[in-house]
Design a protein around this ligand. Structure first.
Ligand SMILES: [Zn+2]
Length: 66
């Protein structure tokens, strides 16, 4: 699995001496923990969006029922 930059989707290169990942496209520098943290938040956002979509679809169904 290739690590991609959470900001721009570019390739992340690991620098063992600094123990940080650096994006080759935008130069963003992140630790493993920071990447996981950002990914965790992104997944949560996707989940919230999905919940909102389901709720809207339910409301539409409910509105057309009458
Ligand atoms: Zn980047």
């Amino acid at each position: 699995m290739t690590d991609v930059c959470p900001e721009c989707g570019g390739t992340l290169k690991f620098d063992p001496s600094r123990k940080r990942y650096t994006c080759l496209s935008c130069g963003l520098s992140l630790t493993r923990e920071e990447i996981d943290d950002i990914r965790g938040k992104a997944q949560k956002t996707d989940y919230e969006d999905e919940k909102e979509k389901v709720r809207k679809e339910y409301l539409r169904w409910w509105a057309t029922k009458k």
